[in-house]
Design a protein around this ligand. Structure first.
Ligand code: 5GP
Ligand code: ZN
Length: 113
């Protein structure tokens, strides 16, 4: 899967991205089509197709994705932000490697469209 998955290829450096953060487990980069003044994605390096593929063994990893997302938001001046994970095409997921959207820098409305 990793050879064809867009986000695995970004993690591997095969496709360029504006990197924001990286450690052994997690990678964060600015979204190519930002939907807010600040919009970045936080992903596990491990390929998981989405929230529905998270197993018990991944719980700590996905908790780390959320923690890193919130910390990066604060560091980038958008402590108050929207954190979103789309799960499945009907929910708006287009890239099937789990990712946390972090959006901030403008007022957010609810419910989402
Ligand atoms: P989804 O719709 O799956 O929840 O979100 C996928 C996100 O990935 C979208 O916000 C889209 O703009 C972003 N995206 C898609 N392709 C690329 C890419 O090649 N580079 C970057 N940085 N973001 C991408
Ligand atoms: Zn992947």
């Amino acid at each position: 899967m990793s050879s064809t998955c867009l986000f695995c290829r970004i993690v591997n450096g095969e496709i360029p991205a504006k990197k924001l953060y990286e450690d052994d487990d997690v990678f964060a980069f600015w979204d190519i089509t930002p939907q807010a003044p600040k919009h970045f994605l936080v992903i596990p390096k491990k390929h998981l197709s989405g929230p529905g593929a998270v197993s018990v063994e991944d719980e700590a990893l996905i908790g780390k994705v959320v923690r890193i997302g919130a910390e990066l938001a604060k560091e980038n001046g958008v402590e108050q932000c929207r954190l979103v994970m789309n799960n499945g095409a009907e929910a708006g997921q287009t890239v099937f490697h789990l990712h946390l959207h972090v959006l901030g820098g403008r007022p957010m409305s609810w419910p989402p469209g």
